[in-house]
Design a binder for this molecule. Sequence first.
Ligand code: HEM
Length: 311
Amino acid sequence: MSNPINPNLTEQLQKLQQKYEVMGQDLSSYLDGLLYADYLTYWDYIHLDTLLSLQTPKTHFPDEKVFIMYHQITELYFHLILWEIEQVSENIQPTEKYLCDRMDRINNYFKQLVGSYDVMVTGMEREQFLKFRMSLLPASGFQSGQYRMIELCSTDLINLVNVNDRASMQHVSIDEQLEKLYWRSGATELATGKKTLTLQQFEQKYNSRFKQLAVKFADKNLKKIYTKFFPTSDDVKKRLREFDELANVRWPLSHYKSAAKYLHKSPEDIKATGGTNWQKYLPPRFQKIIFFPELWSEQEKEEWGKAGLMS
Ligand code: HEM
């Protein structure tokens, strides 16, 4: 004989019945479905088989898998960061604690990326890298749309304009500022200064989305949120400075270290990036991208990107 029905269960059934009635649904049919449904498993829930089927090298070099997977891991972290920024920007009345907690999450994600970057520096044989990299042209991490989205959601567009045009373009239209975004002068050919195919394809795919994002976040990027709600909070400022340093100095320096390790020697190596101007482009001291310039002293800005300057 089966056990009598637990009174809690009766109450739960009543609540369920109400829930389904509101939508004009018959609870009994859904209970039938429950009777036949399988239990959820870990591997289905996180789509493990799909996840592990997404590493498809273009060559037979084993280290290419490391290269693919670390890019994928980075993109997932970028996704987490964007997820937090989006929630902050949608919150119409954030408390100071809420903003600090969310910034702590974002900073934590970036710290994981900076801390794990050695996967790229020591995790591949240079000889393998230089060979498989040639099979991937003209693709480049430069084409990471999410990296640009993090920038666009974090600060005012003017702070992403070429450093030499920033002062003179404060009051021009969004379209004009978009034309002069700093990265649009990266990925150009060393020899001719022309846009590489890498850059052309990237612009073709993402320019209209970037414009939409720039418009959408003009009044609710992280810089705007902090100046609107907590312009004098030291706790918020501390976290934003940390974010600026992680996103615009420490990650770019870790990344630059890998480019220098793999690419720096012969003209042959330069080919592995499609012959770009990366030495003059990647080090953060050249672009001086700073999301929250008002939180840094003139000297700190002057020396932006010099290793060892910051915490
Ligand atoms: C051995 C590893 C790597 C090397 C040698 C390398 C090399 C480069 C180079 C040379 C550039 C300049 C643009 C170009 O010339 O194509 C670049 C840009 C970029 N790469 Fe990498 N990269 C590596 C790993 C990664 C990883 C793991 C990511 C993660 C998504 C990444 C994301 C980026 C981004 C976002 C840019 C644009 C940076 C900016 O505009 O400031 N790279 N990379």
